[in-house]
Write a protein that binds this ligand. Structure first.
Ligand SMILES: Cc1cc2nc3c(=O)[nH]c(=O)nc-3n(C[C@H](O)[C@H](O)[C@H](O)COP(=O)(O)OP(=O)(O)OC[C@H]3O[C@@H](n4cnc5c(N)ncnc54)[C@H](O)[C@@H]3O)c2cc1C
Ligand code: SF4
Length: 333
């Protein structure tokens, strides 16, 4: 690991000023905020991230979960994943979020990991994490060995010729189904970013993963008021039942009345280059009977544009079954 300067931010303005001096907020940034450190320090040990300066944001007053005036929820950037998952309001009104967080990593990691850090966790693509290998995301223009190499864990939705890396977050899949908003404060002021617009598709610039600019600090995330009577579920399929990333996952928020689906929010994990909301599945569900045939049709719609790589074709059927099963289980709950 390279040597670096470590400074403790006393206020948000100071943290933003320090990070605004860098030329990018993405891969290669020479100033980085550090929160739980469970992504960043890992990648620094591997020399994948080599910032000259770390700005510790753990003492900023961003660690609270509060009700918003409209009945929603405001989640501070440094709220630990465990605290969020076990928060009574989250368990009662946003169960899909609690379930998604608890399906990820390990208890120790969740005790350190923060809301903002989870939003910005990096792909687990093996080539990205190995500096001996080329990788367009780590070093733009060097190529993507995953396309002809080890791609079993990688994406089938939203891929490009430059990168097929999966977004590994569970939490973000639930936030997508809950239509969360990410609040950012930067050198030019504060702005809200809908979660669906926060992460970028790789296209020809896979090194750029989000809309963040140099100096941008995530301050909090808001959730809209809960949908009364909604049925929520997060289902994660993986190679082993703990401490493992998703092969496919589904977050569903369903409202059912008179045996028919009246509202549906659906997002997939483990299969997309970003947390994958599926408007196609949602449209296919609304007005249909809350039963297996409708759920399978929605799953077909969600995966219609999937493009398998050499080793991950199995994910298409796996993701369909995952979503159909999540919908069925939620409907019966
Ligand atoms: C072994 C292992 C297994 C895991 N398994 C899973 C899993 O199954 N599912 C899953 O979803 N995740 C999993 N994770 C990932 C884990 O959830 C993330 O590492 C964690 O959420 C990152 O949060 P952090 O606070 O530690 O981030 P940090 O490492 O502190 O930061 C991550 C990035 O976010 C930036 N950052 C942090 N806070 C802010 C802010 N407020 N504003 C702007 N930028 C900021 C940092 O500069 C850095 O670039 C796993 C991690 C490990 C190590
Ligand atoms: S899939 Fe993306 S992260 Fe993985 S090697 Fe290709 S460019 Fe790098």
């Amino acid at each position: 690991m390279q040597t670096f300067e470590f400074i403790r931010a006393r206020d948000s303005a100071g943290a933003i000023r320090a990070a605004a001096t860098t030329t990018t907020a993405q891969q290669g940034a020479d100033v980085r905020f550090v929160a739980g450190g469970t992504t960043l320090i890992d990648l620094m040990k591997l020399n994948v991230e080599t910032p000259a300066k770390l700005v510790d944001i753990n003492r900023l007053p961003l660690a609270t979960v509060e009700a918003t005036p409209d009945g929603g929820l405001k989640i501070g950037a440094t709220v630990r994943n465990s605290d969020l998952a076990y928060h009574p309001r989250v368990q009662k009104d946003y169960a899909v979020l609690s379930q998604a967080i608890l399906s990820g990593a390990s208890a120790q990691l969740r005790n350190m990991a923060t809301t903002a850090g989870n939003l910005l966790q990096r792909t687990r693509c093996v080539y990205f994490r190995d500096t001996a290998m080329p990788c367009n995301k780590r070093e733009p223009g060097t190529g993507c060995p995953a396309i002809t190499g080890a791609n079993r864990m990688l994406a089938i939705l939203g891929t490009s010729e430059s990168c097929i890396a999966t977004n590994p977050s569970d939490m973000c899949v639930a936030l997508s189904a809950l239509e969360a908003t990410v609040h950012v404060q930067g050198p030019k002021g504060a702005r809200p970013v809908p979660i669906g617009e926060f992460h970028l598709l790789p296209g020809s610039t896979p090194q750029r993963e989000t809309v963040l600019e140099p100096g941008d600090l995530i301050t909090h995330v808001t959730l809209p008021p809960p949908i009364a009577g909604s049925k929520q579920l997060y289902l994660k399929l993986r190679d082993r039942t703990s401490y493992e990333f998703a092969l496919a996952s589904a977050a569903v928020v369903l409202t059912i009345s008179g045996g028919k689906v009246t509202r549906a929010r659906v997002a997939l994990g483990g299969v997309g280059t970003k947390p994958w909301r599926s408007p196609e599945a949602e449209a296919s569900l609304v007005g249909q009977a809350a039963e297996g045939t409708s759920f399978r049709k929605a799953a077909e719609a969600a995966l219609r544009d999937a493009r398998p790589q050499s080793e991950n074709g199995f994910k298409i059927e796996l993701a369909k079954r995952c979503l159909a099963h999540a919908l069925q289980t939620a409907a019966m709950s």
